[in-house]
Design a protein around this ligand. Structure first.
Ligand code: KG4
Ligand code: ZN
Length: 341
């Protein structure tokens, strides 16, 4: 069985084909990062228009890469939300039209469910149950995951998502958009302890986060100091250390509260090398296990959508041909809405 996955929720066009026998047989990605960089953030209309240009050629490239014919595809999975409405509509329209033409079902996928299961594409996938830390440009959430469709929200950010805080702080430091990965590279040259940023909401009980204050703290630190290259690196380091400490403290608390030993980290920020290293050490010291996807499957990609599509296909959670043309996207869509009770 083979599923074609289409991801267009934000600024990456991701196309992949997942085969239940051979695993991932095609993976294509086009990043619009350069297109939006000059505006310092994503321009939704430009994102949608660019997906229009990229999606079909990337599907053709994926078919070539895997040497698979359209008639060998069993269903098309696409990101139906959450995300930018225009960008989502492009992927959904193409997915539903192709499914109709090829006479196969289409499968709407929740973007965060894709992220959550991206470590399943790796060699040592996590077993249920586990705690998942979902950290992306739009979300910072801790879930207790007992099975597919069993997601219990343990805590979330009450303001900025952690990726958003990375991007905003990067902008304050004069770095390009999206700044998370660039800030992290700069932080490597920074001296630990030169500045001391707060670890927000770690001194009180609970599993919620707050990251908007860190960005403000960075703005104040920048305004009070004469910026040079070393100083910028030191600020990047202090910011990153504070974020990592906070994520570790809350993830450990979630493991202790649930009594679980397995932690999945997923979403764009889980590509952060320093976070992966420090979190893994902490979890192993706790006799637990940490799971994450390879860095290019942490950020948006079609592979995770094709994979979750396969899981849903096997469970019969698909749109029939007759409903394939009623295109339905959900820009706002909590993951817990998927929960099967
Ligand atoms: O999951 P993702 O690709 O898109 C969303 O669903 O939001 O996450 C993108 C976010 C951006 O904020 C980006 O700056 C951040 O992930 N990011 C990183 C790193 N790589 C991507 N943040 C910190 N360190 C990184 N290495
Ligand atoms: Zn994402």
């Amino acid at each position: 069985m083979r599923i074609l996955g289409i991801e267009t929720s934000c600024d990456d066009t991701g196309i992949a084909i997942y085969d239940d026998q051979y695993g991932l047989v095609a993976n294509q990605l086009y990043s619009q990062a350069k297109l939006h960089a000059k505006y310092g953030g994503i321009v939704p209309e430009l994102a949608a228009r660019n997906h229009v240009h990229r999606t079909i050629p990337l599907i053709q490239a994926a078919l070539r890469e895997s040497a698979i014919f359209p008639k060998q595809i069993d269903a098309i999975a696409y990101t139906a939300g959450p995300g930018l409405i225009g960008a989502l509509i492009v992927g959904a329209s193409i997915a539903c039209a192709l499914a109709f033409a090829w006479n196969i079902p289409s499968i709407p996928i929740h973007h965060l469910e894709g992220h959550l299961f991206s470590p399943m594409l790796e060699e040592n996938p996590p077993k249920f149950p586990f705690v998942a830390l979902l950290i992306s440009g739009g979300h910072t959430q801790l879930f207790q995951v007992t099975n597919i469709g069993k997601y219990n929200l343990l805590g979330e950010s009450i303001d900025d998502a952690v990726g958003e805080a990375f991007d905003k702080t990067a902008k304050l430091l004069g770095l390009d958009y999206p700044g998370g990965a660039i800030l992290s590279l700069l932080a490597k040259k920074g001296r630990a302890g030169r500045f001391n940023f707060p670890r927000p909401m770690t001194d009180r009980p609970g599993l919620n986060f707050s990251f908007s204050g860190l960005k403000t703290f960075a703005a104040i630190t920048i305004s009070q100091n004469q910026l040079n290259d070393q100083m910028r690196a030191d600020i990047a380091r202090a910011f990153e250390d504070a974020v990592i400490d906070t994520l570790i403290i809350k993830s450990m608390r979630a493991l202790k509260e649930t009594g679980l030993k397995r932690l999945v980290i997923a979403g764009g920020v889980s590509a952060n090398f320093a976070l992966r290293k420090r979190m893994r050490k902490k979890i192993e010291d706790y006799n637990g296990e940490m799971f994450c996807a390879r860095p290019n499957f942490c950020t948006d990609n079609g592979a995770m959508i094709a994979y979750v599509g396969m899981v849903h296909f096997k469970r019969g959670m698909v749109n029939s041909k007759s409903s394939a043309l009623s295109i339905n996207v959900k820009p706002r869509w909590p993951l817990t809405a998927l929960s099967i009770v």
